[in-house]
Design a protein around this ligand. Structure first.
Ligand code: ADP
Ligand code: ADP
Length: 218
């Protein structure tokens, strides 16, 4: 479970995130909806402990998430599909992450297979399409088999078949009892992906309810 309580992040005079409170429960896919610049990535980075809040708290399963201790085994995230050394292969990238997190090589092969990159595993990531980089980011999130997963705009760059695949993947992860938060700036995307919604605008909470209830508001 992810609990965000009175969370704020200020950059200069601007609040990227402003007194945000919401909960992401295990077992359902929760969508994180808001226009570009609404504060979704900043919120996810604070949950991951990559950004320090100006005020408020974000906890994962009751505690602030500490990467060094639990790392990829506790929370997996797709944050920025461009965040991989372009000269490395997909396999090398995942193997390095696996090594520092005490994860075996077999798991690297498994996730490459799972995201459909097995045949591209030895190619330089610099030559990957955006969709392939998204798949690699998703592989990174899955690598440690974590109970909590966050995906920031995962469908960007995926073809229609890839979009159907990630939706199925998220539903399966949730059905296994995991906590799954997926961001998007498109309501149409959320309607086909999530059951619950956390909606934000200008860093502030607009709604926290079922997708059906939010859609019915028009
Ligand atoms: P979203 O993910 O919803 O598109 P972001 O969290 O990326 O939104 O950004 C929220 C706001 O915070 C935007 O106005 C953005 O320009 C600003 N912002 C994000 N990161 C920084 C930063 N490092 N320095 C200054 N402003 C930032
Ligand atoms: P650094 O040494 O640069 O602080 P790490 O080596 O711990 O970071 O992480 C390597 C990469 O993995 C970084 O790009 C970081 O954004 C990403 N990362 C860190 N934690 C997670 C996580 N829980 N899930 C997915 N990616 C993560």
């Amino acid at each position: 479970m992810i609990e965000v309580n009175g969370l704020s992040k200020r950059y200069g005079d601007v609040f990227a995130v402003n007194d945000l409170t919401f909960t992401v429960r295990p077992g359902t896919v929760t969508g994180f909806l808001g226009p570009n610049g609404a504060g979704k990535s900043t919120t996810m980075r604070m949950i991951l402990g990559l950004n320090r809040p100006t005020s408020g708290t974000a906890t994962v399963d009751g505690r602030p998430f500490v990467r060094r201790r639990a790392g990829l085994h506790h929370v997996g995230a797709l944050l920025d599909a461009g965040d991989v050394h372009p000269g490395h292969s997909a396999a090398a990238h995942l193997t390095a992450l696996a090594r520092t997190n005490g994860i075996g090589r077999r798991r690297v092969r498994e996730v490459l297979e799972e995201v459909g990159l097995a045949s591209a595993a030895r190619r330089r990531v610099g030559g990957f399409s955006l969709g392939m980089r998204q798949r690699l980011g998703i592989a990174t999130a899955l690598l440690g088999n974590p109970p909590v997963l966050m995906f920031d705009e995962p469908v960007n760059g995926l073809d229609p078949e890839g979009v159907r695949w990630v939706r199925r993947l998220f539903r399966n992860l949730a059905a296994e009892g995991r906590t799954v938060l997926v961001s998007s700036h498109l309501m149409s995307e959320m309607e086909n992906t999530a059951e619950r919604l956390v909606v934000i605008g200008r860093g502030e909470l607009i709604a926290e309810e079922s997708v059906a209830a939010f859609a019915a508001r028009g």
